[in-house]
Design a protein around this ligand. Structure first.
Ligand code: ADP
Ligand code: ZN
Length: 618
């Protein structure tokens, strides 16, 4: 079968997405590939389709058990012969998988990296025709990445040990320039075809809020999302505990996940979330890699995470089904301090790193922390900021982030910029340096004790911006920092002038920035209520029943988008059912009749849904 046939028949998709086809074609031509695609872009298809098109077996290295279990369940459900080999198997299961593998019964075998060099797996590999080796989450091989896994270094040894070298395909969602280089080298990719598809996730709304009360802001977000599912990331276990407890006692179906819980509880909580028994997951960053739940409608960061890579990966767990979803970061200055503390005191104890390497990593981590702090305080377009970070250019206004949609207006702050920069010069000239709020206090003419006690009320710049709130002045300072007219320096993030500062006070350049109008508009959330909502609810129920019977998460049976497409198309024949997005041959055979019969029945009882037909927007 050719690639289009496979895509249609096994995965139920009609067309390849951006980047998928090029990667597949190169693999099929025998060339190594490296695919860098954001979460949700559809990396799995890129190796699963060629795996089915080629003779022999594809071995997929994947870092996490949960990830493998999920992928294999989804493949088996779609009619692909797949299995995994990892420590979750009992000994008899393990023997059974090896036996079947030797008989050539699998097309795709997922394996944990630490198993690769075992004698058993090596001898199995020699007895099979391995056509491709796929490395999922390939950034784990890089020491400069944030998820370095020493066991990933075994991959290249494994490839070397094979008597016939298979084509190697590697995939990751996270890679800045140096990590990208590193992946190619560490995996010894042979003149690879490298593709970076756009990092933009158009269906995600990005927001940064600075609430005075984070918890009530969070409660508001959860409330407006109703029974849709969400993830809330916190920086520490303690915060996870607190937030989860408060939510539960206010009646939210929340659960929690962090490394301090027992394996059993972690597993149970994750399962509750994946199967929609609990709608909100409160977690540290230990939760997520390998969580392939496609119907997550929002991701809230209760604290600012420590870098943009991590943020974008975690936020990217929203809206994988392509439906609109929101990613909100609740920022406070304390988050910066906590992160700095964690970076400086809790560097991970990777025994393979020398003290020198550790220091270097710490330095990079602090630099990354700065970048996400800028993200959290910028008044520019958030999407543009993230994309620029990953080396992608995009317009400075996206219209789907809090900065773009919060009714910004362009304000000429030339005079204010001159006042601010002069104030920083004066303060520095007095032999001191202070953070942003102190500078703003001075300009604002604050009577706070620390301003007076340093004698700053005697400075000529004291109170020259008293017509403005302190908050607004801080925004302007942030903007000047973003544009290098000022800089944050040292452990206490004090404000300093830069070589560019002269442009402001001497050359008097015009400075314009987007500033919030005084009362920012609340974002309107479009809730998917349509006439067919009733049918959607019913289909979801049927899906849950199948999921329970087959002991797999609901989205493995059908994604929300597939159910919504059924509501739009109202299929009643198997052929029509096959036209539903996400429905392949196997699923049509298995569920087509039940769903079609139900839909037909429902439509006859609710004739109004036909008259609106495909025009219904869910
Ligand atoms: P990634 O691993 O890149 O995060 P996945 O491989 O899990 O992403 O795919 C994300 C979602 O996109 C899945 O629900 C998958 O079914 C869907 N998808 C992938 N490729 C296509 C395609 N060509 N057409 C439609 N949907 C697709
Ligand atoms: Zn924007």
């Amino acid at each position: 079968m050719d690639k289009h046939g496979i895509l249609r028949e096994y995965f139920g998709h009609t067309a390849f997405r951006n980047g998928q086809e090029e990667l597949i074609d190169n693999i099929l031509a025998g060339r190594d590939v490296l695919g860098i695609m954001p979460t949700g872009a559809g990396k799995s298809i890129c190796y699963q389709v060629p795996a089915l098109a080629m003779n022999g077996v594809t071995v997929v290295v994947s870092p996490l058990i949960s990830l493998m279990t999920d992928q294999v369940a989804a493949l088996v459900e779609s009619g692909v012969k797949a299995a995994y080999i990892n420590s979750s198997l009992t000994y008899p299961q393990y023997c059974e998988v090896f036996r079947r593998a030797r008989e050539g019964r699998y097309k795709i075998i997922y394996v944990a990296p630490e198993r690769l060099l075992t004698e058993e797996f090596l001898s199995l590999s020699e007895s099979l025709e391995i056509s491709m080796l796929t490395v999922d989450e390939a950034h784990c091989v890089s020491q400069w990445g944030q998820d370095f896994r020493p066991s990933y270094l075994k991959i290249v040894e494994y490839v070397r040990a094979l008597s016939h070298r298979p084509v190697v395909s590697a995939f990751t969602a996270t890679a800045t320039g140096e990590v990208r280089e590193d992946i190619g080298q560490m995996l010894e990719l042979n003149d690879p075809f490298v593709i970076t598809t756009g990092f933009d996730r158009k269906n995600l709304y990005f927001g940064v809020l600075r609430p005075s009360d984070k918890f009530s802001e969070l409660a508001k977000i959860i409330r407006r999302n109703g029974d849709r599912t969400g993830i809330v990331y916190c920086l520490t276990r303690k915060t996870v505990e607190e937030v989860c407890e408060k939510l539960c006692s206010s009646g939210v179906a929340a659960t929690r996940y962090h490394a301090g819980l027992s394996d059993a509880e972690r597993r149970a909580n994750q399962e509750d979330f994946i199967c929609d028994r609990r709608t909100v997951m409160i977690a540290t960053n230990a939760f997520g890699m390998g969580i392939d739940k496609s119907n997550v409608s929002y991701v809230v960061h209760y604290n600012m995470p420590k870098n943009i890579e991590g943020y974008y990966q975690e936020a990217g767990r929203a809206g994988r089904d392509g439906e609109s979803a929101e990613c909100i970061l609740l920022y406070s200055g304390q988050d910066v301090r906590t992160n700095r503390f964690l970076i400086e005191n809790c560097s991970d104890d990777n025994p393979e790193m020398t003290e020198e390497m550790r220091a270097e990593v710490r330095e990079r981590d602090l630099q990354r922390l700065k970048e996400i702090t800028f993200y959290s305080t910028t008044s520019g377009c958030l999407r543009e900021y993230i994309l620029r970070y990953f080396g992608e250019r995009s317009p400075s206004y996206c219209g789907n982030c809090s900065n773009c949609s919060a009714n910004f207006e362009t304000v000429d702050i030339t005079v204010e910029a001159q006042k601010i920069v002069s104030c920083v010069y004066r303060v520095n000239a007095s032999g001191r340096s202070f953070g942003r709020t102190m500078i703003a206090d001075i300009l604002n003419g604050s009577k706070r004790e620390r301003v007076i006690s340093f004698g700053f009320d005697k400075l000529s710049t004291y109170g020259i911006m008293s017509d403005m709130t302190q908050k607004r002045i801080v925004k302007m300072i942030d903007f000047l920092i973003d544009n290098e007219w000022l800089a944050l320096d040292g452990e206490y993030s004090v404000v300093k002038t830069t070589p560019k500062s002269a442009e402001i006070v001497r050359d008097r350049v015009t400075v314009e920035m987007k500033l919030e109008k005084e009362a920012p508009a609340e974002r309107k959330i479009i809730i998917d209520h349509g006439v067919n909502e009733g049918l959607f609810v019913e289909l979801r129920k049927m899906r849950s029943e199948f999921a329970a019977a087959e002991k797999v998460p609901a989205y493995i049976i059908f994604s929300d988008s597939a159910l919504k497409d059924m509501c739009r198309k109202l299929p009643v024949t198997e052929e029509e059912f096959l036209s539903v997005s996400g429905v392949g041959k196997k699923k049509a055979e298995r569920y087509g009749e039940v769903f079609c019969t139900f839909i037909e029945q429902y439509a006859s009882e609710h004739p109004e849904i036909r008259s609106v037909g495909t025009a219904v927007k869910l």
